[in-house]
Design a protein around this ligand. Structure first.
Ligand SMILES: Cc1cc2nc3c(=O)[nH]c(=O)nc-3n(C[C@H](O)[C@H](O)[C@H](O)COP(=O)(O)O)c2cc1C
Length: 370
């Protein structure tokens, strides 16, 4: 095979690999994190190979003079694809938890999904335009390109979030995740108060961790992820643990419906009724809560506004799907009047089951300072 033919064949293999990787990356929920990260590196290696193979075309990308509209669209789509790929590379490094855990710039997960969607849609446009330029059936090619780009956007913006919500099964060995080094706590033990969907939701009978996002299957039993954190703290220092529990209306079984109910509650500053939690016997309270709409779930607001927190240390452990603490530090300061509010850590939801060591180290440090 001559050099030109070989280059062409390698180019085709690289292109097919890139499209296959892009689609596989979209089903992250099934492949898991490590496969996603390794394939991500594979994608950028393929992209580098593609750029080297096509370097002659790339050199002429900024020349628009005398070019047909189709060629101009192709050039623009290629330039946008290169820019989006560069941004995706930075964001991939930012969200990587296993291979590049120290690089935290551009670590927003939502942004990563948007950039991946843009790269997929632009790659379809880029590949489609090459076909459009060559074919005589321009109308059919245009329809196929539009459908391909539309489908790519739908995959990234609708299918990926849907799969993440409904198929994120986190099956854990409870004892293995919860037990770790014990801390010999000096003096009065903290009270741990947590809020989680489980116990506050009317789950349908057949719900499992697969259909209930943010839930875990611990030894085959449903468990809220914030409850797991509370159990990790309890394992480390053996303390009082209380769940914030709704007494009247519970949240709907469906994740999507819960999101809209929670949004309405936040807007209307609702304070749902909860089982009273007595904080009077404790000077140190650890609050474990999920971020809901960037703030705390409204039952947590009820808890914070109904107790007397003056002079108490209130340590915050937030869990979230990308937003850090959102506005919760300020929100909690205004709700728990008089409390000395101290943010401790905000844990990304996928990292919750592996947080025991981090939590134990923080408790040991806090114990030392006392
Ligand atoms: C109603 C609702 C709203 C949410 N809003 C946000 C949000 O604004 N930002 C974010 O990063 N995660 C958000 N999440 C994701 C949760 O914070 C995340 O899944 C949490 O770790 C779940 O903990 P749990 O299993 O104990 O309920 C939301 C989840 C729900 C159910």
């Amino acid at each position: 095979m001559d050099k030109k033919k070989l280059g062409k064949s390698v180019g085709i293999v690289v292109d097919v690999l890139m499209y296959a990787i892009m689609l596989t990356q979209m089903v992250y929920v099934f492949t898991g994190n490590i496969v996603h990260e390794v394939l991500g590196i594979g994608f950028f290696v393929c992209l580098a190979a593609h750029i080297i193979i096509k370097r002659k075309y790339l050199a002429g990308l900024l020349e628009f003079k005398g070019k047909s509209t189709a060629r101009a669209v192709f050039n623009v789509s290629t330039l946008l694809l290169l820019a989006a790929s560069a941004a995706l590379m930075l964001s991939s490094m930012g969200v990587s938890r296993t291979l590049l855990p120290k690089f935290r710039l551009f670590g927003n997960v939502d942004m990563h999904v948007y950039l991946a969607t843009a790269v997929l849609a632009l790659a379809v446009l880029h590949g489609g335009m090459q076909g459009f330029i060559r074919t005589k059936k321009k109308k059919l090619a245009a329809v196929l390109i539009a459908a391909g780009c539309g489908a790519s956007i739908a995959v990234g913006l609708a299918l990926v979030p849907y799969l993440n919500r409904h198929f994120r099964a986190v099956d854990i060995d409870l004892a293995e995740k919860v037990s770790g080094e014990k801390v010999q706590w000096k003096g009065e033990k903290p009270l741990v108060v947590y809020f989680t969907r489980l116990g506050n939701t009317d789950f349908e009978d057949d719900v499992d961790a697969v259909s209930g996002a943010s839930l875990l299957l611990a030894d085959g039993h449903l468990m809220g992820s914030d409850q797991l954190i509370a159990e990790m703290i309890d394992d480390a220092i053996d303390c009082d643990v209380k769940a914030i529990t709704l007494t009247v209306e519970k949240y709907p079984s469906s994740y999507g419906d819960t999101v809209s109910v929670a949004g309405n509650e936040l807007r209307s500053k609702a304070r749902p009724q909860i089982e009273p939690i007595d904080v009077s016997g404790h000077d140190t309270i650890i609050l474990v809560y999920p971020l809901w709409w960037g703030s705390v779930p409204m039952p947590v607001a009820t808890f914070l506004e109904s107790g007397d927190f003056s002079g108490k240390e209130l340590y915050l452990i937030a869990t979230q799907g990308s937003s850090g603490y959102g506005s919760t530090i300020d929100d909690i300061k205004s709700m728990a009047s008089g409390a000395d509010v101290r943010p401790v850590m905000s844990i990304y939801c996928d990292d919750i089951p592996d947080s025991r060591e981090r939590i134990g180290s923080w408790l040991a440090e806090l114990n030392e300072q006392r």
